[in-house]
Design a protein around this ligand. Sequence first.
Ligand SMILES: [Zn+2]
Length: 425
Amino acid sequence: MKLVFHGAAKEVGRSCIEIKTKGERYLLDAGIKFKEHGFEYPEAITNLPDIDGLLISHAHLDHTGSLPMFEHHNITCPIFCTKLTYQLTKILLRDSYKIARIKHLHPAFDKIDLKKVSKAVRYIEYDKPYKHRDLRFIFRNAGHIPGSAMMEIETEGKKIVYTGDMKMRPSLLMKGAYSNYKDVDVLIIESTYGNRTLPDREKLKERFLDYVQSIVDQKGSVVIPVFSLGRAQEILMILSERKFKVPIYYEGMCHKMQRKMITTPDKYINNQKRLQKMMTTGATHIGSPRRRMYALKQPGIFVTTSGMLQGGPVLSYIKEIWHDQRSAIFLTGYQCKRTNGRHLYEDGFVYIDGWKTYVKCAVEKFDFSGHASEEELKEFIQKVNPKTLIIQHGDPESADAIKEWAEKNTKSKCYAPIVGDEISI
Ligand SMILES: [Zn+2]
């Protein structure tokens, strides 16, 4: 059999791996990569109608954004994913289509293709064996975001484990990833944080809450930009651990996501009830610009999208507080190069309505990542102990760091492919 890497090889974005057996072809994930102006799709996939099945690890667009484009090019196979993954993917795909139209970017598909995706989806339950043609597979918890799965796949007598995006340690939102795999021939692992240690989460949480408290005590407001899926919910749950004297608000697409997360039963979400409580009594949803302006008249804690300040309601909040030295902006995740969030953190300015604005309020970054840290990845590799190790979904430095380590410390045959590479198993 052959594994072909159409994306996410020595890069983060457009995840798409093909399993090519003697008579069948399968795709693991169907992502897009965001560029400054537009998207990049997986490269060099030939004859899409010939694909026998698509397996999707989780809802983030770098794993799902190509689904409607594939439908547009007449892929006809079923799409396998967990129920929650599809519920969340649907929200993200509709939103990305809307944004592409507003920004006059060509999204490479039509609205009708979103319906075709919906018809092709087959729900998969965690930890249950499935068979489709000659492929057997089990979805396991990946610990990354609600609905996220790793895949344990068997075909032509070989066992492949594909991690998608994973986190081994539990977070407030998710239980930790499954890792009790046996007799694995090939492990395809992500390496987003392949060369970076993440701060201890408990200590990070305390530092975050203490800093929020100190801003509240000096009568300032805290604006917390978040990614709508995963990070928003975890930040709200962390905030629910303390009682603050000011109200907590949230705004943006995270509201729709949370509704799906509390109405779709999912055994790997930690504290589903606590999330529901936070949504109904702990924090207030802001649904209109008028309510936002009203809320901003008093100090408060505002959790809002987008996480890298590239758009969304967050900029309206920053417009109101940037000059107030008592207030603060707390970034909560990775900031890509040349985004507003990166400029704010590294250079102290953001673009608001096209104006370069040097902010006077405090700015701090707290990395509540949903990915495994360098040590977690190494621990996982050692536990799974595969014959062949393939490292992808990471910048070249991250993928190479894990490869170098694995060559010295394991018996696995190691690869860190680039886009277009084929590996024979
Ligand atoms: Zn992800």
